[in-house]
Design a protein around this ligand. Structure first.
Ligand SMILES: Cc1cc2nc3c(=O)[nH]c(=O)nc-3n(C[C@H](O)[C@H](O)[C@H](O)COP(=O)(O)O)c2cc1C
Length: 323
């Protein structure tokens, strides 16, 4: 399970930075894999309203969004955004990232595609502001609500502090650690204890990707899912993406990874192999199952469709028969 942090303040070691780091450390202590993007130091262009995303579901702007951040937003089960209040909302840099998520919004609402992580993904907002007005966080919370909906995450809440201005002043907040611990406990209570499963094939381009998507879609509340390959391809198979799209399942921005990386990030309880043969490493303590599925790569679209349907029913049976 990945928790993705989005640090939206331009100030290094500032209040949002400290608040988010405290939150991410608390998540890491629960064994959750964490990664934080320093939004202000990344190359993220603001939306240029080219509207390509509304028709094709992709953004033609070549920057860190298309190179990395869309994929991380899709992979994450938890997204935590942090920002100081700048004129009653998030900073311009975080807002640029949010606006670029129009691409994910379009895939959901214009192209009617279902993100496999949608049932489990949740978003959390952290913020600080210098003043004490009652409505200080209203604009931010409204933006957060629609941002999280756009990335197929449930808006699970926010932790906000008034009267915080000087760099690092948040550290003087007496209840900071207790507040964060309580928020993290509440945010993760139904995510902890899910069975960790890795689906593995050779290239991580077709079979294991489809299996992981169906497992997240149908069993995300019971399973903590990852997929990987013994010889990962550079990218997922476009024909696989097409046949999943026929079923309304969105495989956009899915990336491939090696088994070693997957195991390091997520120690599995169950590893389901499908054609990676001898090269699948032995994982101590993990139950190993092998699904007999031929590689559909390079075959016709009918073969890819049949593999998709076989995998869907195997995943459903797997979930139904879990002890
Ligand atoms: C451009 C700018 C706009 C700001 N606007 C507001 C505001 O509307 N309301 C407020 O209470 N504080 C405002 N602040 C103060 C910051 O929210 C506050 O200093 C905060 O603690 C900074 O957090 P950071 O250290 O994470 O950057 C503003 C600060 C800047 C630089």
């Amino acid at each position: 399970m990945l928790a993705l942090g989005l640090q939206g303040s331009p100030r290094k070691k500032g209040n949002s930075d400290i608040l988010l780091a405290t939150f991410m450390q608390e998540l890491a202590q629960l064994g959750i894999e964490t990664q934080t993007i320093d939004v202000c130091r990344r190359h993220i262009e603001p939306c240029k309203e080219l509207t390509v995303c509304e028709k094709k579901g992709i953004c033609p702007i070549d920057d860190d969004m298309s190179r990395e951040i869309y994929a991380l937003l899709r992979k994450a089960d938890i997204v935590v955004a942090a920002s100081p209040i700048f004129f009653y909302n998030v900073t311009a840099q975080l807002k640029a990232l949010i606006d670029r998520c129009q691409t994910l919004w379009s895939r959901k609402y214009m192209l009617k595609l279902k993100d496999p992580g949608h049932a489990i993904r949740r978003g959390y907002m952290l913020s600080v502001g210098a003043t004490s007005g009652k409505q200080l966080f209203d604009g931010l919370n409204l933006t957060a609500k629609y941002f999280f909906d756009g990335i197929s995450a449930r808006f699970a809440g926010s932790l906000t502090y008034r009267r915080i201005e000087a760099r690092g002043q948040i550290q003087d907040q007496p209840d900071l650690h207790a507040d964060v611990a309580r928020a993290v406990r509440e945010l993760t209570k139904d995510l902890i204890g899910r069975r960790r499963v890795i689906f593995a094939c050779r290239e991580n381009a077709c079979r294991s990707q489809m299996a992981a998507a169906f497992a997240r879609l149908y069993g995300g509340h019971r399973l903590d899912v990852a997929c990987a390959g013994s010889e990962p391809a550079a990218q997922v198979n476009p024909l696989m993406v097409e046949v999943m799209q026929e079923k309304g399942v969105d495989m956009g921005f899915c990336t491939t990874q090696s088994l070693e990386t997957a195991i390091a990030g997520q120690r599995p309880e169950i590893i389901i192999t499908m054609g990676c043969g001898e090269q699948c490493p032995f994982v101590p303590g993990a139950e190993r199952r092998d699904w007999d599925l031929a590689d559909p790569a390079g075959q016709s679209i009918e073969v890819m469709r049949q593999t998709r349907d076989d995998i869907e029913s195997m995943v459903k049976t797997f979930i139904d028969t879990l002890p």
